[in-house]
Write a protein that binds this ligand. Structure first.
Ligand code: TUI
Length: 315
């Protein structure tokens, strides 16, 4: 077994978090990951408070194990969902796409373990000072909203800067990635893209097929002009978006409007023409649809073998 303080802190068996993927990470996926011994997370995405409340209650019927909620801070409903997680007794929260500082005191008072996703040392330090239990250091290899630094550069710098546990994310889809993350100083991993093709993931089959067919160079980051770059698979949508992004006659408002609804079109409708299929650069390594529990076991057994074999490199 991998030894990790994050397992003791959260009462989980394996140091594997599931990414809080918008339009993907629902109660079914979160419960499957938690039942498999990892930390499942429901994404609050852009949904309203009552949708999230329903998903939390559903997850409680599907698993007795710890699970969490991911709050996307750019959501127009962030204030409301921040309150719902307190009301529903959620034990673990991750946050993304912003600084959760203004909510930290209320969440800590409610006894919630808050684990912000960070893309820089500065935010990691600030989160440690405001009482975060751990941080997820997410590299630019990730799918969805991304920062600038790679996992390889970000994780050791965050580990050197803070005393709280660090979870590595971005570009991890097998045991080699898990072992590497531990060598960089992390004590756990967050995995998104590989869980997109979990059997219990309710995303449209076209989405899964796109991920399963993806090659190493099949993702692209768009949205830099609007200040929030997003990584997705190269599709007609991402090519059209890129073209508009570099067209000075297209206003920022028009560009923003063009992206609205594209995540839902991909995840729910499997719409290959207009959907935005968020995925990380490691998609090319993901070749098989499997139960979430098998994915977690695979990741950890392969990592254990690699870490046990590490002395072969030392004379
Ligand atoms: O949040 C994510 N990934 C996401 S959110 C999302 S939904 C969305 N859809 C369209 C446009 C934008 C978002 C899809 N994928 N990952 C966590 C993450 N957080 N990555 C990077 C960051 C981050 C970046 C800058 C966190 C904080 C930050 O700056 C905070 C500040 O204000 O200092």
């Amino acid at each position: 077994m991998l030894q990790s303080p994050i397992c003791d802190l959260l009462g989980i068996e394996y140091p594997v978090f599931q990414g809080g993927m918008a339009w993907v990470a629902d109660a079914d996926l979160a419960a499957a990951v938690s039942n498999g011994g990892g930390l499942g997370l429901i994404s609050a995405m852009n949904a309203d408070a009552e949708w999230l409340r329903g998903q939390i209650r559903k997850a409680k019927t599907l698993t007795d194990r710890p699970f969490g909620v991911n709050i996307m801070l750019m959501s127009p409903f962030a204030d409301q969902v921040a309150q719902v997680v307190v009301e529903e007794g959620v034990k673990v929260l991750t946050t993304g796409a912003g600084n959760p500082g203004k909510y930290m005191a209320a969440w800590r008072e409610a006894g919630i373990q808050v684990i912000p996703v960070v893309a820089s040392v500065g935010l990691a330090r600030m989160m440690e000072r405001s009482g975060a239990a751990a941080v997820v250091a997410e590299g630019t290899e990730s799918g969805g909203h991304i920062g600038e630094l790679t996992t390889m550069a970000l994780v050791p710098q965050v580990c050197s800067a803070v005393k709280i546990p660090v979870i590595a994310a971005g570009g991890i889809a097998d045991g080699r990635g898990v072992a590497a993350a531990f060598m960089l100083g992390a004590c756990g991993v967050q995995v998104g893209t590989r869980f997109l093709v979990a059997k219990e993931c309710n995303v449209h089959q076209n989405y899964k097929n796109r991920v399963l067919k993806a090659k190493d160079i099949d993702t692209i980051a768009t949205g830099r002009r609007l200040g929030h770059p997003v990584r997705s698979l190269k599709t007609r949508f991402s090519r059209d978006y890129m073209q508009k992004e570099y067209d000075p006659s297209v206003t920022a408002e028009e560009l923003e409007a063009f992206g609205v609804g594209a995540l839902r079109k991909a995840a729910v409708e499997g719409n290959e023409a207009e959907g935005c299929f968020l995925a990380g650069q490691i998609a090319g390594l993901v070749k098989e649809e499997q139960p979430a529990a098998d994915i977690i076991r695979d990741l950890c057994t392969q990592a254990e073998e690699l870490l046990k074999g590490a002395p072969k490199w030392v004379k």
